[in-house]
Design a protein around this ligand. Structure first.
Ligand SMILES: Cc1cc2nc3c(=O)[nH]c(=O)nc-3n(C[C@H](O)[C@H](O)[C@H](O)COP(=O)(O)OP(=O)(O)OC[C@H]3O[C@@H](n4cnc5c(N)ncnc54)[C@H](O)[C@@H]3O)c2cc1C
Ligand code: SF4
Ligand code: SF4
Length: 472
């Protein structure tokens, strides 16, 4: 499998280009606007919400190959990144340790989103020589995210705080390497951005040139937003001037806007739902499962602390060094169950199919419950019988019998008690081919048996009338 994946990533004659990326990712609203394609190719630019082709496309395949939304070999990357002693959790991925932490630097603490662990770790990584620069997300006066390359502690501190809009943070990547000649980079981002960075770092052949990331810090993320959240909701509906906002926060089901004149506006998070970035609806990763270190606030004792998942050996080492040099302080007061609950909720979000498609699928003569089992499995990626029964809120025996029938029909595959859904193109094409065989058989019977029989009955019964017609 590893070789197949490597061949796929290395091959130079995929013969696909930006048009394919556009058709399969961008137009299907599957793009997370990470900025990888824009950074890798001078022919690709962007507007405020998506990449755009600027000029002639020689179809070199680079953008398609390195987009995290075309193909992503999760298991292969996990094998490269995590050692076998790491805990593997369904909701949180691989991690060696969960701990609560915060910065010991009052300046960082005053400015940071939560406990300032991200910024303090970066400053420590810079001071200790592990990195020589970091790709971060700053903002302009109206809170539009601004991808930047930070090379000093001050530049890192300018970027503190969460911007709840999607940011093409990777667009500065080529510049960092080609113009600033940075050799040892760090990256901070939400889980989908971390996947883009890992694909660049771990996939040959470009990783030889581009894989210079030494530290990858992921932020927990349940959902992110379009710029309409700022323009239409915050400025329009809440009537708050964006340049007067000091901080945004999302916590315990509420969206908070803190202003520079010390007022706070708090609204239920569901009011922001319509501004969600499209592909976030299908995202299953809450804790950035492929990061070296993942940082959030959920599970920490309060919002001035971070909960921290230490995943790779690189992550454990830099975190321990930061404690030894008194950059961070830690506590064991961290609520694992709370983080798992959030992550599980995100992983098990089920994409609902519309009624019309469901009815049409029943043309295939398959029970509705089996179609729903197949779709739930597709939403989850992979699951065992008890997880499916828990999520579908259905009796486990019903689920088991649906899976048995789906397996027989080749809609699902199973191995060691884990089920995965077969690619719908394969499923539907096979059903079409079965229907074609059935109908061709029926057509054959109509031609070879039914028609001659009816013709002869017709002739025998209407012979007089036919003669009459012939005479006429
Ligand atoms: C869109 C988004 C959603 C989040 N959702 C959750 C959640 O549901 N639950 C939870 O516990 N935590 C969530 N977080 C993480 C949380 O807000 C803090 O970022 C985290 O706790 C780290 O805190 P800190 O004080 O160490 O960060 P700081 O030291 O203040 O550093 C923050 C870092 O975040 C980076 N950053 C800011 N905005 C973005 C962005 N849009 N894209 C990429 N990088 C960015 C900055 O470059 C900066 O380095 C979310 C963060 C973001 C950006
Ligand atoms: S590489 Fe990133 S920005 Fe480009 S299409 Fe893919 S997800 Fe979108
Ligand atoms: S919800 Fe997923 S897709 Fe959306 S910003 Fe967060 S990590 Fe990216």
């Amino acid at each position: 499998m590893k070789n197949q994946v490597k061949n796929y990533l290395q091959t130079n004659d995929l013969d696909v280009g930006f048009q394919d990326l556009n058709d399969l990712v961008i137009n299907k609203q599957n793009c997370v606007f990470c900025g990888a394609c824009i950074s890798l190719c001078p022919r690709i630019g962007r507007n405020e919400k998506e990449p755009k082709l600027l000029e002639y496309d020689p179809e070199c395949s680079t953008c398609f190959r390195y987009c995290p939304r075309t193909y992503f070999p999760t298991e292969m990357f996990e094998k490269e990144l995590f050692n076998s002693d790491a805990t593997k959790s369904y909701s949180l991925g691989h991690y060696q340790k969960l701990v609560a932490a915060r910065s010991s630097d009052q300046t960082v603490l005053r400015k940071a989103q939560n406990g300032g662990v991200v910024s303090s770790l970066l400053i420590h990584a810079l001071d200790s020589g592990l990195i020589d620069g970091v790709l971060l997300t700053d903002k302009d006066d109206n809170w539009y995210p601004k991808p930047v390359i930070a090379r000093t502690p001050d530049e890192i501190l300018t970027c503190v705080g969460s911007k709840y809009t999607i940011s093409p943070t990777l667009i500065t990547y080529s510049e960092a390497i080609r113009e600033f000649k940075l050799e040892k980079l760090a990256y901070v981002g939400v889980p989908c951005q971390i996947n883009a960075v890992r694909k660049l770092q771990l996939s040959s052949p470009l990783s030889d040139e581009y894989g210079k990331f030494k530290l990858i810090i992921g932020l927990y993320c349940f959902s992110n937003y379009t710029f309409d959240l700022l323009n239409i909701f915050v400025q329009g509906e809440l009537g708050i001037t964006l340049s007067n906002v000091k901080k945004f926060d999302i916590s315990e089901g509420k969206f908070y806007v803190y202003t520079k004149d010390d007022s706070v506006k708090r609204v239920p998070i569901k009011m922001t739902k319509q501004y969600t970035w499209n592909s976030c609806q299908y995202c299953k990763d809450f804790t950035a499962e492929l990061a070296d270190i993942s940082v959030g606030s959920v599970g920490a004792i309060n919002n001035e602390w971070n909960s921290v998942l230490l995943r790779t050996d690189t992550g454990v080492k830099i975190f321990n060094d930061a404690i030894k040099t008194n950059k961070l302080i830690t506590s064991d007061k961290v609520d694992l169950l709370k983080i798992e609950k959030n992550a599980f909720r995100k992983k098990t979000r089920i994409t609902q199919i519309d009624e019309k498609t469901l009815n049409t699928m029943q043309l295939l003569d398959i029970p509705e419950f089996e179609i729903k089992t197949y779709l739930t499995l597709m939403s989850l990626g992979r699951a065992n019988e008890s997880l499916l029964s828990e999520i579908m809120k259905a009796d486990i025996n019903l689920v088991m019998s649906a899976l048995k029938s789906l397996k027989h029909r080749e809609w699902v595959l199973s191995s060691n008690g884990i089920y995965i859904s077969v690619d719908p193109t394969i499923v539907i094409n096979k059903e079409i081919s079965n229907l074609r065989t059935i109908y061709l058989k029926k057509i054959g019977k109509l031609n070879s048996e039914v028609l001659p029989e009816l013709e002869s009955i017709f002739v025998r019964n209407n012979i007089n009338q036919m003669r009459h017609r012939e005479e006429l």
